[in-house]
Design a protein around this ligand. Structure first.
Ligand code: NOJ
Length: 469
């Protein structure tokens, strides 16, 4: 089987992780510009001041993407580049920059797939309560409208938010992302609701503009599985999926929150502040999603937790996804299993979990259109005789693309696959050590770009539409 002609083979990036130019051409300061400079927050104090300098080298980068045969480039817009203080004056230079990126993509026939929010919030808004403040909701909707009006004639694929669970839970529970707050479930749930509301209102506005593009949201897709058949562990996995999956997917796709979670957060006093009108907006917007974007890296293996909650590890490794600590509410723990394979950063490699998860998703939400908006392997790539031999990455993507193929054969409606990432970039907390790209960036030699083995491999896959997989 070949992937159909309208299936998009792509790769992704995010503004903060690639652009650099953090204070150039009128860009405002983002929460990450500030947070990454607090001592101890990131690996060796790395930050996005320069990142991989995509801001100045985008032409070269997009040319390489075209050479690879990439059909679509998923990138994000930096909100503070467009509206430096979050809610005030629009920065023309920011608009100009993304116009150039979009036009450069279109020059080569590469479809721009744009994320409006990939975590870099204008610092002014962060200081005013960030996503816990409804003002951020209004400011986001305005920012989104500015983008639709500026770019919507050429951009026909929009993602509102990237991985709400990550920036909200690491921001308000683990304290590993801005604003760095530890263990505040009340704020955590409030922030998630405010994001869903911003998403809903943005969708309503977008449809009114009649630009006839597609719009959706990208969620983490990390289905939880019990480690065995024991009832207590099966319940732990159920609970993990209700809090980690249903809480995020239900309001978007069904227009309501899951009863199971609502009941528990009510008892604990964590229910967000919301109005009937907000709940109504979320309900109405459910039918306006054109697709759901899934970022899949690994499943979760879950057991009933027996440790004290204080052990909910908040160190960098576990907060970026490695298994081995109790959930914030102490109900379950994620664990590493003897018979599974893991990356150097302790992430399980499981194309089977991917496929199984997709089946579960279809059962719950029906035949919604899906884009795999991220999937890839974080590794330290071996360099042999000057060549970047990222064989494990090829293997990883190959296995996951095979899972996508099987899913499509089963009738699951997947319309595109975006490898993370198109180019080696800054990992939020892990610096430049953790590589994901098809294109290598030499930090010892002027950030020069070099094609990896996977570059040629992906080019072949795209050219042959995955026939050999
Ligand atoms: C998901 C995030 O969207 C992306 O920014 C990050 O770098 C990758 N996961 C890898 O951790």
């Amino acid at each position: 089987m070949k992937f159909s002609k309208d299936f998009l083979f792509g790769a992704a990036s995010a503004s903060y992780q690639v652009e650099g130019a953090w204070n150039e051409d009128g860009k405002g300061v983002s929460n990450w510009d500030v947070f990454s400079k607090i001592p101890g927050k990131t690996f060796e104090g790395t930050n996005g001041d320069i990142a991989v300098d995509h801001y100045h080298r985008y032409k070269e980068d997009i040319k390489l993407m075209a050479e690879m045969g990439l059909e679509s480039y998923r990138f994000s817009i930096s909100w503070p580049r467009i509206i430096p203080n979050g809610d005030g004056k629009v920065n023309d230079k920011g608009i100009e920059f993304y116009n150039s990126i979009i036009d450069e993509c279109l020059k080569y026939g590469i479809v721009p797939f744009v994320t409006l929010y990939h975590w870099d919030l204008p610092q002014v808004l962060e200081e005013d309560g960030g996503w816990t403040n409804k003002k951020t909701v209004d400011a986001f909707v305005r920012y989104a409208n500015v983008c639709f009006k500026a770019f919507g004639d050429r951009v026909k694929h929009w993602i509102t938010f990237n991985e709400t669970i990550v920036f909200c839970s690491l921001g308000y529970l683990a304290g590993a992302h801005p604003p760095g707050i530890i263990n505040d479930p009340k704020k955590y749930f409030q922030s998630t609701h405010n994001v869903f509301l911003a998403h809903a209102r943005t969708l309503k506005d977008y449809k009114k503009l009649k630009q006839f593009g597609e719009i959706g949201i990208t969620h983490v897709f990390s289905p939880a599985f019990s480690v065995n058949e024991k009832e207590e562990n099966k319940f732990a996995a159920y609970h993990a999926n209700e809090f980690g999956l249903s809480w995020y997917y239900d309001p978007i796709l069904l227009g309501s929150y899951p009863e199971y979670v609502l009941k528990i957060i009510e008892e604990k006093g964590w229910t967000p502040q919301w109005t009937d009108e907000e709940i109504e907006d979320i309900k109405e917007a459910a039918s306006l999603n054109d697709f759901i974007g899934l970022n899949y890296y690994q499943p979760q293996r879950v057991i009933k937790n027996t440790e004290p909650i204080e052990n909910a590890s908040r160190d960098r490794e576990s907060s970026t996804g490695a298994a081995g600590s109790p959930s914030f509410d102490g109900v379950y723990s994620t664990v590493k299993m003897e018979d599974k394979k893991y990356t150097k950063w302790g992430w399980e490699i499981s194309p089977e979990g991917f496929l199984e998860g997709l089946r579960i998703l279809r059962k719950r939400y029906g035949d919604i259109k899906i884009y795999i908006t991220e999937n890839g392997l974080g590794d330290e790539d071996p360099i042999i005789d000057g060549e970047i031999m990222d064989v494990p990455r090829i293997k990883y993507i190959e296995e996951h693309l095979k899972a996508v193929k099987t899913a499509i054969k089963e009738g699951i409606h997947i319309k595109g696959y975006y490898a993370w990432s198109v180019i080696d970039l800054l990992s939020w907390l892990n610096g430049f050590k953790k590589q994901y790209g098809f294109i290598y960036v030499d930090h010892k030699d002027n950030l020069n770009r070099k094609k990896k083995l996977s570059f040629y491999w992906y080019k072949h896959i795209i050219k042959t539409r995955g026939e050999d997989l």
